[in-house]
Write a protein that binds this ligand. Structure first.
Ligand code: 26V
Length: 822
């Protein structure tokens, strides 16, 4: 980056910050925290000392930001989320504080290796995928835009499981990321809150057992992490709750002799924030997850209500001081919990409490998959949260009687919109509760918001049309371009200056350079350098050798049938078959990268990983493919791996069945890093192509409309019988060509694609995928033409900064404005 800082970041007062001072701090921390001689310190100790030095440098500004908010009493926004997929913080904080040049000089003075030190930091992987990473990008944007904002989440002791591959199969290992003290977190025991449950619970054989009628109390201890806005002027907090047992609560049980019960209570309490649930999108109904969701909501509301009360005495002003965004339905218990506080603690009447609750809360939906919509059995409420259940019943009764008034006699509609789903086991429909109990419901890309209104929750959208809106996702250009891809960032800055870092729309000014041959060379050289860097890292990390002169073609995301990694794999099988049969003449060398985790209980997704690995092994062993085709499955996909791979990519695969991917966010990261997209008209990819021009995209396949029209009569066998390449590929798999010592292992995959109807229409899109792929390879051969389109993609990516997304949330939903500390 070209942003030079010789002075201190703002807020460091008169203290002159130079490389010497930084060195001094670093040595001080090594000596006083680790008690080692600097020369003999381990890499991990150096990382901790560096992190603590940076933390010291930001501490004053962090305090000032918070004090300024307390004095100004502005309307604040709280982003409530079960997931924050933060990744590493050291280099991000250094970059946002604009300490880069200083740090580099200081480390050089000491003869230290920056990369080795940065590598010591574990990823904070407190999220599953897109939803959690979006929350982290939003925090970066809110701080950069100087909004009085705070994130609320859970401090999971174990984050997203770590993935390894054994014999091609995914293995999960616990991610004990807090094994060593995390230098970024500040625990604030003095601000702990109590959470009361009407029952107790214990964990038996990994499942939650509720003991009714034995009230229990959990304690939430907040751990704050600094969120550094770019430029270091605003430093917001991410407050993560840790569950602990209640000290005083145990005394009574000790005195009544229930010694064991008291201890088990303690164990159960600490269990609450032990582990992040891996997203199955299928298997709901795990009681501990319900307790986690309530714990997040109860701790956060108690905390923010206390903050509100310390500066305001009129409850009616609550919605003018507080905006709460619910990241998916996971924190939707905020609806009855806020009602409970307003009714039972503030003693307001129902109508006023309801008005305040609705005007405060807003809900974001992140998926249309019916199996991922949360529904909680009533018995959890009955045993643990009976008061909240009573409130939900009251909300429902009032709501349904209003619906009956507007749609008299339409009992089918009543049944569909009710907050309670009746069946063998009655359940609360969390999405309905979120929509009825808030003033805003948004989807995360235009097509997604449209489908949400017109199909998924159509009846509710008819009742409350004014509540529905769209907020197309974005990603932070600081982490995903400035930090991850310094070469391209510098090339962009050379042409248009560095204003793009905080005003990303400015990348449009790169457009004229798309026709500048000199800039083509710069762009291509930058890309090649990133590919070489990645190849070197991969070789060092895993021994895997890839050719940086081959086309780097990537699909990185959670493994799920609707995302269609199998469609990509079938493409590779067909390309391989062309090599085997000699029908491919001058095919450019290609490397296909896959990465992503499968939910531990999602068997088919795990089989897809196995297939990709076997495909990779078979191709590696075949001389005909040598130097022309290679498949690599990169284990342990994470924020850090994405930061390495995305800058090195030529081709981004966004190939979900149209109508199923709500938005996608890796699509945007690839685009701003100069990859070309081969993809379906789904999620935000549609808007990306609009911005860059469809002629600069490789779009293929059925549209969402065609998918829903086709689903009724679609027959995958038609493609099997009529498309020779499809048939040959499936036959090859069925012949155990890729599973010679594991006969039949891929039968469930083939069954899904043929016998069971191919729910996600892989075979319907395979032909047009290959056609788009052919066009893409043809373009790649013309380096100038390729560079031109890639540059036009970067230039067209301005809309996909999370700063733009957050600006829209701030004005259209939250009504909050910047509150910059002087
Ligand atoms: C569901 C569950 C079920 C219970 C266990 C834990 C858990 C965790 C997450 C989920 C729902 C995940 C929904 C999700 O991640 N949606 C993604 O959101 C991205 C950000 O808006 C978007 O770009 C992706 O298209 C969308 O799939």
């Amino acid at each position: 980056m070209n942003i030079q800082t010789t002075a201190a970041p703002s807020g460091q007062g008169d203290q002159v910050l130079g490389a010497d001072r930084l060195n001094e701090l670093f040595v001080q921390h090594l000596m006083s925290d680790a008690v080692v001689e600097p020369a003999g310190a381990y890499e991990r100790q150096r990382f901790e000392a560096a992190a603590r030095s940076v933390r010291y440098l930001l501490s004053q500004r962090w305090i000032e930001t918070q004090r300024h908010y307390d004095r100004q009493n502005p309307k604040r926004v709280y982003y409530m989320s079960m997931e924050f997929l933060i990744g590493r913080s050291l280099s991000n904080n250094i970059a946002n504080l604009m300490l880069h040049p200083l740090v580099e000089r200081a480390l050089r003075d000491q003869g230290l290796d920056v990369m080795a030190m940065v590598d010591q930091e574990p990823d904070a992987g407190l999220g599953n995928g897109g939803l959690g990473r979006l929350a982290a990008c939003f925090l970066d944007s809110m701080a950069t835009m100087q909004l009085p904002a705070m994130g609320y989440g859970l401090r999971y002791e174990y984050g997203m499981f770590s993935q390894s591959i054994v014999d091609g199969w995914q293995r999960e290992r616990p991610d004990n990321w807090l094994r060593r003290q995390d230098p970024w977190e500040i625990s604030r025991r003095s601000e702990a809150v109590e959470v009361k449950l009407a029952g107790s619970f214990e964990m038996h054989n990994e499942s939650l057992q509720v003991v009714p009628n034995r009230p229990s109390v959990l304690v939430g201890v907040p751990y704050d992490r600094p969120i550094v806005g770019f430029g270091g002027r605003t430093i917001n907090s991410l407050r993560l709750w840790n569950a602990a047992a209640h000290d005083t609560f145990d005394f009574q049980e000790f005195s009544t002799g229930d010694f064991v019960g008291a201890l088990v209570g303690g164990i159960s309490a600490q269990t609450v924030t032990r582990v992040l649930y891996p997203d199955d999108s299928t298997e709901m109904g795990q009681g501990l997850r319900f307790v986690q969701e309530y714990f997040l909501v109860a701790c956060s509301l108690a905390d923010l209500v206390r903050r509100f009360r310390s500066a305001n005495d009129d409850w009616s002003t609550f919605p003018e001081k507080v905006a709460i965004q619910l990241n998916d339905t996971h924190p939707t218990l905020a609806v009855p919990e806020l009602m409970r506080i307003l009714l039972d603690e503030a003693h307001l009447g129902w109508d006023e409490a309801w008005d305040i609750t609705r005007r405060t809360l807003a809900y974001t939906n992140h998926t249309l998959l019916p199996e991922a919509l949360e529904k909680w059995p009533l018995h959890y409420f009955r045993n643990l949260l009976p008061r909240q259940l009573e409130i939900i019943y009251e909300i429902n009764q009032r709501f349904l009687s209003e619906v009956r008034r507007v749609y008299p006699g339409d009992e089918a509609r009543i049944e569909r919109v009710s907050l309670i789903e009746e069946g063998a086991e009655d359940k609360v429909r969390m999405a309905n509760l979120a929509i009825v109990g808030s003033h805003s419901t948004n989807g995360v890309a235009a097509i997604h918001s449209r489908l949400l209104r017109s199909a998924t929750v159509k009846d509710l959208a008819e009742i409350f049309p004014e509540r529905f809106n769209n907020k197309t996702n974005g990603v932070t250009p600081r982490r995903w371009l400035m930090l991850a891809n310094p070469g391209l960032a510098q090339a962009i800055t050379t042409v248009i200056g560095d204003g793009w870092v905080t005003d990303f729309g400015q990348v449009a000014r790169l457009k004229p350079s798309a026709d500048d041959r000199g800039f083509h060379q710069t762009f291509l050289a930058t890309k090649r350098e990133a590919k070489v860097d990645f190849s070197n890292w991969l070789k060092a990390a895993s021994g895997e050798v890839v050719d940086p002169d081959s086309i780097f073609d990537c699909q990185v995301k959670r493994i799920h049938e609707y995302k269609r990694q199998m469609l990509n794999a079938l493409r590779v099988v067909i390309l391989y078959n062309r090599l085997r049969t000699g029908s491919a003449t001058d095919m450019a060398p290609r490397t296909f990268f896959f990465a992503g985790k499968a939910a531990p209980a999602y068997r088919l997704a795990k089989l897809i990983i196995k297939f990709i690995n076997n495909l990779a092994g078979t191709i590696d062993g075949d001389p005909v493919a040598r130097g022309r085709l290679k498949v690599v499955f990169l284990p342990e996909y994470s924020v850090s791996l994405a930061e390495r791979l995305i800058p090195a990519s030529d081709v981004s695969n966004q190939i979900s069945t149209a109508g199923y991917e709500a938005s996608g966010t890796s699509n945007m990261k690839f685009m701003m890093n100069g990859a070309l997209t081969i993809g379906t008209r789904d999620g935000a990819t549609i808007e990306m192509a609009e911005e860059a021009g469809e002629e600069n995209f490789f779009l293929f396949g059925l549209t969402a409309q065609q998918v829903s029209d086709t689903a009724g009569w679609y027959d995958p066998y038609w493609h099997y019988h009529n498309d020779p390449e499809t048939r040959a590929a499936l036959d090859l798999i069925a012949s155990d060509y890729f599973s010679q010592n594991e006969r039949g292992v891929f039968a469930p995959l083939l069954d899904r694609l043929l016998k069971n109807g191919d729910r996600y229409l892989h075979l319907a899109d395979l032909g047009s995928y290959l056609e788009a792929d052919r066009a893409l390879c043809e373009l790649y051969a013309d380096r100038d033409a390729w560079a031109r389109k890639a540059i036009l993609n970067v230039a067209g990516s301005g809309k996909f900064s999370s700063d733009r997304t957050i600006a829209q949330y701030a004005t259209e939903i939250w009504g909050v404005t910047p509150c910059p500390a002087p």
